[in-house]
Design a protein around this ligand. Structure first.
Ligand code: HEC
Length: 315
């Protein structure tokens, strides 16, 4: 505790100028870290750093809760100059926010996150950390100024946290029920028509990919720089090449990856239920531009999870 009180004394002794410099440089470090460790969808080692990154999810709750509680204490104390409690909580939440954002940058870089929502979440977090820093610098000011800056920090944090919540759960989180909302299998509009009439991509392949792959290869997470939510994206492929090359199973990485030994590091999906024999068969036939027989299509779709279930709820 001695160390903590020493740190506190040091912080108290900071001149406003020094405090501003400290806040700006701390957040400048975050910007540099975000640029040096881009969220580019590439999952990479070392394992210690990806594990450290996972702690982002854990670490962010403390500062988020503290940021929320600071204005409450301001109201309870209602003093022209910030009380000791307010000061301490504000400083801890600012430092905690900074740490959580840094872990987030590490998480995204080492665990292969990418996509617009990830970028928004990441830079939103940095802005929230900057506003939290500002709220701490403004602790020397009047009640109203303090309160205003704290609410601003909460608003930006709330925005970044909301995007983060959607990344972990689903669009519209938390204002959407998850399990209850999942359509029953029989409700899904999957008409398995006869092979002559059927568009195999939209009616068979797309639902399989949506249910088993898009969670990690879609608009939000783009693992291996590969998106699988459109035909163009499949053709374009990821960092290792095309996922779909018409007529060529060996070059179509989407087929290669699902037919590896499940113990292989490259086996897809990395998590969740592997594709069934019929699903793999359907993919292969489609890649080779052969019609998928009705029986295979039916079995493949029956094994396909209902789309848009909360990814976490079903594991
Ligand atoms: C839980 C997340 C997750 C799911 C679900 C998932 N993948 Fe992946 N996928 C990854 C990760 C991580 C990588 C990047 C590392 C690698 O290349 O192995 C990747 C990479 C790939 C690649 C290589 C991309 C490239 O060019 O580097 C292909 C192809 C692929 N996945 C296909 C699939 C298919 C097909 C499915 C569905 C059956 C699927 N993935 C489901 C996480 C996932």
């Amino acid at each position: 505790m001695l160390l903590l009180s020493k740190i506190e004394d040091r912080i108290k002794a900071l001149t406003p100028r020094r405090a501003i410099t400290l806040a700006i440089s701390a957040n400048f470090i975050l910007v540099l870290a975000a640029l040096a460790l881009p969220a580019d969808g590439e999952a990479r080692g070392p394992a210690t750093l990806s594990i450290l990154g996972n702690f982002h999810i854990l670490a962010l709750h403390l500062p988020a809760a503290l940021l929320l509680i600071v204005p409450l204490f301001e109201f309870l104390d209602r003093q022209e100059s910030a009380s000791n409690t307010v000061r301490r909580l504000s400083l801890i939440s600012t430092a905690g926010t900074w740490v959580a954002v840094l872990l987030g940058i590490i998480h995204a870089h080492f665990n292969g996150y990418a996509g617009d929502a990830v970028q928004l979440h990441l830079w939103g977090g940095i802005v929230a950390s900057a506003f939290a820093g500002m709220a701490s610098v403004l602790l020397v000011k009047s009640f109203k100024v303090r309160l205003g800056s704290q609410l601003l920090a909460i608003a930006t944090m709330g925005f970044a946290a909301h995007i983060g919540g959607e990344l972990v759960h689903q669009d519209g989180f938390p204002f959407k029920p998850n399990k209850v909302a999942a359509p029953k299998k029989t409700d899904t509009p999957r008409v398995v028509t006869t092979s002559q009439k059927r568009d195999d991509y939209t009616q068979v392949i797309r639902p399989i990919l949506d249910a088993h792959c898009v969670e990690c290869h879609g608009a939000k997470k783009v693992k291996g720089k590969l998106r699988m939510d459109t035909l163009e994206a499949l053709k374009k492929g990821g960092s290792e090449g095309s996922a779909f090359v018409a007529g060529d199973l060996k070059k179509s990485l989407m087929h290669v990856r699902v037919t590896l030994d499940p113990a292989d590091d490259d086996f897809m999906p990395t998590e969740g239920t592997p594709l069934t024999k019929e699903q793999v068969n359907a993919l292969a036939l489609w890649i080779e531009a052969k019609p998928i027989p009705d029986e295979v299509a039916k079995l493949a779709l029956a094994a396909t999870k209902a789309p848009r279930q909360a990814p976490k709820a079903q594991k």
